[in-house]
Design a protein around this ligand. Structure first.
Ligand SMILES: [Zn+2]
Ligand SMILES: [Zn+2]
Length: 235
């Protein structure tokens, strides 16, 4: 059994290490969201070391455009282009988010268009990418927030991204699914609370990992005995 997803950070928006995960598929290092804190950490460790292969293909899949999810993408593209001499693949969950990312990467951050390829999930043709799951997060980004349904090491994986609700993901939680879910201590209009999350997935035959934690101590206290685990940090 492999390691499934590992995390470069599992904190919420104002944490030192914002939430982002990765897994390896052959030669491809797949990064799920990429805040600046993950760029710093990955640069220090080395992308190939993370991937466990030389000259790994680097792919970033984006859930939504908040800075703690997409804020390191352009810096990674610059770094890959000028220092590593590699091209990054960026996968957007929808055409609309792709257009926003293109504006961010090229118009605002001024990346060389030759340094990256931007594709939408429906055209990505990756064996590990099953599909996107639209969800509700912040009203300002209504219609532009997504989770992902992935196939990692033969396992069904559901990754919520930031979400206020768990209902959109429930149809994907087949037996044995690895669910990586946003969870906040108290719950809010934009992030689902740990108590509500546990209540709504109770009894399901899944592996539940908690991520995007605002108050880890409180969240782990509430989750104790539920079988839910903390999203595993890359050491
Ligand atoms: Zn976030
Ligand atoms: Zn967000």
């Amino acid at each position: 059994m492999g390691k499934m997803l590992q995390f470069l950070g599992r904190g919420s928006a104002f944490a030192d290490e914002n939430n982002s995960a990765f897994f390896v598929n052959g030669k491809e290092l797949v990064l799920i969201d990429f805040p600046l804190s993950s760029f710093t950490k990955m640069r220090r460790i080395g992308a190939d070391k993370l991937a466990g292969v030389k000259n790994a293909d680097l792919t970033v899949i984006i859930t939504h455009t908040h800075g703690d999810h997409a804020g390191g993408v352009a810096t990674l593209i610059h770094y890959a282009f000028y220092i590593m001499h590699r091209k990054i693949t960026v996968i957007a969950p929808s055409d609309e988010v792709a257009a926003d990312l293109k504006y961010l990467i090229e118009r605002i951050e001024g990346c060389d268009p030759a340094g990256y390829e931007l594709i939408t999930a429906d055209k990505a043709e990756r064996p590990w990418l099953i599909g996107v799951i639209p969800t509700i997060h912040t009203p300002q980004l209504a219609g532009r927030c997504f989770g992902y349904n992935l196939l990692v090491e033969g396992n069904n994986v559901v990754y919520t991204g930031d979400t206020a609700v768990i209902e959109p993901f429930l149809p994907y939680l087949t037996a044995g699914t690895y669910l990586y879910s946003d969870s906040s201590a108290s719950g809010s209009r934009v992030h689902i609370g740990i108590s509500e999350l546990l209540e709504k997935v109770r009894g399901l035959d899944i592996h539940l990992y908690l991520m995007h934690l605002d108050q880890p101590g409180t969240i782990f206290d509430i989750a104790e005995g539920s079988g839910a685990l903390a999203a595993p940090l890359y050491k």
